[in-house]
Design a protein around this ligand. Sequence first.
Ligand code: BDR
Ligand code: CA
Length: 347
Amino acid sequence: RTPIWLDCDTGHDDAFAILLAARSRDVNLLGISTVYGNAPLAKTTYNTRAILKAIGREEIPVYAGASKPLQREAAHAPDIHGASGLDGTQSLPQPTAPARLEDAVDEMHRMLRAEPAGTAWLVAVGALTNVAVLLERHPDIVNYLAGLSVMGGAIGGGFSDAPMGTIHGEGERFGNHTPYAEFNIYCDPEAAHAVFSNPALARKTILIPLDLTHQFIATSEVQMGLLFGQAKAGKAERTMDSVTPVRRLFFEILTFFAKTYSDVFGLKAGPPTHDPLAVAATFRPDLFVYSKQTNDGQDERFSVEVVTEGEHGASDEARGGNSQCGRTIVRSLPQGEFGVTIPRSLD
Ligand code: BDR
Ligand code: CA
């Protein structure tokens, strides 16, 4: 089983990442650290504990991490996730296990180091603040990890040929929080820069950008499959008797997310389910398609540069204007140079 530490800002798609990591037979979920993001830290931590309660995995330890970026004020996403970070359901149980009191980053380091070298993955599906603090405080972790899997970034410019849905327009303007920037990277561009500019870590990093997650749409058929069970989706025997409390909870979470994606971005086919893909990339590499270097057949590698200049904050000027702060500029590296791997599509 793949040992994983999950770092998240539990909103709607993070809840699915937790479900996948905590309930998959192929994963040993070591622990979870939380970060501000979709909502303030107290809420993302509460939501994380409540999801673990709902899926019967409250023994997995939860640690509250950073409450704000390295150098900036925290941004949140109430338009997508509601004020609680996990709006839209009455079925969320009250957690009983408290968050642990130890330092999140030190525990992340300690528990990842307790696994055999080269086996454990760090999966980050929120702002990269905790990961940047880990690198600064415990740089030895880089050589120890099997890899880092990050949901973040927006490439655009035809990086993938698959239909991505148009968020902020064509070409390079493919962000979701601003025309150029994806939310997780936007939240803490300095932290993202620190993570992607670490050469030893970059060669172990998988990046799951919006270009990929927008190929993973939870259509109404998927939503129904979630509620009734895949075998029964679309069949006459769909009855509410088969709807367990966990199915109901995740159905409500998904349909709320579908509604905000439809309202805010006009995506009518269903929402992209971003965060679980970063978990899946660690233990189901067969589901992802990587382009190959022409000569040696190695997966193509990339440099990821993060723009840290420009307007940043809650103002309309920062969100709607021309600021490129939080943009990820991705370049294919020459053969033989090692950088980040980025899947182009899903199998
Ligand atoms: C990312 O931003 C958050 O709102 C989601 O949980 C996901 O991690 C998508 O841009
Ligand atoms: Ca997230």
